[in-house]
Ligand binder design. Structure first.
Ligand code: BTN
Length: 247
């Protein structure tokens, strides 16, 4: 992962760029990484936008070809990538990091990164997978409405970090996790993910259908659904059916 690195000065979205290359049947090796200094139409989960100050942050996409994987096992890949990013950042930041379900990177109660995984599917298998990752690295300030919720490595460490070195570190952790997955070694994956999970086993407030309720995350199922223990028993939620309330 990252041996074939294409650096762009500006692009709409590195995910879009990679998707266009794959659909044009460009012979790209698995593990190709597209990184952009300036991504002017960065996309987040479910149609949201991803803003990053040009030149200061990591915005990149990785091409994987997990043809060994059934579409329904997709969440294993999401967990693998989340854990890998977590490990890479941990060696830099230390404690305080977590993965907010399904795959946001948090420091304390603030978001410092996210990912957008998009598949090109053939039947029930994944033909190509575009793993887009955005990490707030050297951004010093955020716009007013974001500053409570977002942070960056700079805000945590009070120093600048070299983007290419961090990218290499992330890629090497992703490669290790991906090779394990490819070898069929799923053991411990879910437990490792749960160990990193934000608000795991902790009572917190969630909003569902406009109502606030108390719940405790007790599990994440094989296909990525969130299980909360509530006063009405264990309830299972799909992405976007539930909102975390910041304490
Ligand atoms: C989210 O938290 O909602 C996901 C954010 C994903 C952002 C990255 S930046 C690189 C890649 N290209 C995109 O357009 N989005 C992802």
């Amino acid at each position: 992962v990252g041996q074939n690195l294409i650096k762009l000065l500006a692009v709409d979205s590195t995910n879009n760029f990679l998707k266009r290359m794959v659909s044009n049947s460009e012979p790209l090796p698995e593990g190709t990484v597209i990184m952009a200094e300036n991504q002017y139409e960065g996309r987040g989960q479910v149609g949201s936008k991803w803003h990053a100050e040009p030149g200061k942050n990591l915005t990149f996409s990785i091409l994987l070809r997990p043809s060994f994987m059934q579409l329904r096992a997709q969440f294993n890949l999401n967990m693998t990538i989340s854990i890998a990013v977590q490990k890479a950042l941990e060696s830099l930041i230390g404690t305080g990091l977590s993965v907010k379900w399904p795959n946001d990177i948090y420091f304390g109660h603030q978001k410092i990164g996210g990912m957008l995984v998009e598949n090109i599917v053939a039947g029930s298998h994944i033909k190509a997978c575009i793993v887009g990752i955005g990490i707030n690295v050297n951004q010093e300030v955020f716009e007013t409405e974001l500053q409570d919720r977002a942070s960056s490595i700079y805000q945590i460490l009070h120093r600048h970090v070299d983007l290419v070195t961090l990218l290499a570190e992330i890629c090497s952790h992703i490669e290790a996790g991906y090779l394990k997955l490819k070898a069929g070694n799923y053991s411990g994956l879910r437990n490792e993910y749960l160990n990193y999970l934000y608000q795991y086993n902790v009572k917190a407030n969630y909003r569902q259908n406009g109502e606030i309720m108390e719940g405790k995350i007790v599990d994440v199922s094989e296909n990525g659904l969130l299980s909360l223990e509530t006063i009405d028993g264990i309830k299972t939620y799909n992405f976007k059916e539930i909102e975390f309330i910041k304490p």
